[in-house]
Design a protein around this ligand. Structure first.
Ligand code: PEP
Length: 250
């Protein structure tokens, strides 16, 4: 069965609750496409107002992060239960900005992935290499390690429903998009890695996005690749351009 594309926006630390509602209202008519799962991953404080603004549309409101503990004395954190209660289905885990600025590791990513699955959330699990790693020719080894740790103790049934976002760090927010060949090569390698960890059926089912300066002009070629099942989009998700990315087939 063909995998349904999933195109997610990552708003990062942008948009007050008032601005979030206005942006959802603006993008609502532009992101209609029933062939694609459309997700807006928004700051925690925007989740509930954005959810209300998106009611009755094809937009799923997702989260940008969550904590791996169930509840308790973890000031400032958001639990998976809180996300579920707010109506969230998708949560980004292990974005490179969280790894760089908030000391997230492959191990904490794995804990978060397990907790997300425990509560029925779908994790969008980020991986990606630095420019140095790419130049050293260790991209695939590095990504395979990230994937193997992220999926420790995740069952095949859970893995089938997961989303992986391959995001070369050097392409995030820089305007430098990986070439179609570079993006496809790594996404294909991720699928091989999933087949090795699990089996061919799991590898066939899992959805793998590309992320890194995706724009309305780069999306059609990227999303046409056999192992690229959509995108995780930062900057362009805050603009009407996101509608063009979601409707990349024209
Ligand atoms: C991201 O935040 O995941 C991202 C890919 O950002 P941008 O599209 O701005 O590079």
């Amino acid at each position: 069965m063909a995998r349904k594309k999933i195109i997610a926006g990552n708003w990062k630390m942008n948009m007050t609750p008032t601005e979030a509602v206005a942006l959802v209202e603006e993008l609502k008519p532009l992101v209609v496409n029933n062939n694609v799962d459309v997700v807006f991953c928004v700051p925690a404080i925007d989740i509930i107002p954005a959810m209300k603004a998106a009611e009755g549309t094809n937009i799923n409101i997702g989260a940008e992060n969550m904590y791996f503990e169930e509840k308790g004395a973890f000031t400032g954190e958001i639990s998976s239960n809180m996300l579920v209660d707010a109506g969230v289905k998708y949560v980004i885990i292990g974005h490179s900005e969280r790894r760089e600025y908030f000391a997230e590791t492959d191990e904490t990513v794995n804990k978060k992935v397990l907790k997300a699955f425990e509560h029925g959330l779908t994790p969008i699990i980020c991986c990606g290499e630095s420019l140095t790693q790419r130049e050293q020719g260790i991209t695939i080894d590095w990504i395979r390690q990230q994937i193997k740790i992220a999926f420790l103790n995740v069952t095949a049934d859970q893995a089938k429903t997961a989303v992986i976002a391959y995001e070369p760090i050097w392409a995030i927010g820089t305007g430098k998009v990986a070439t179609t060949e570079q993006a496809q090569e790594v996404c294909a390698a991720i699928r091989v890695c999933i087949a090795e960890i699990y089996d061919a059926a799991t590898a066939e089912a899992i959805r793998i996005q590309y992320g890194g300066s995706v724009s309305a002009s780069s999306a059609p070629e990227l999303f046409a690749q056999p192992d690229i099942d959509g995108g995780l989009v930062g900057g362009a998700s805050l603009k009407p351009d996101f509608g063009k990315i979601v409707n990349y087939e024209g």
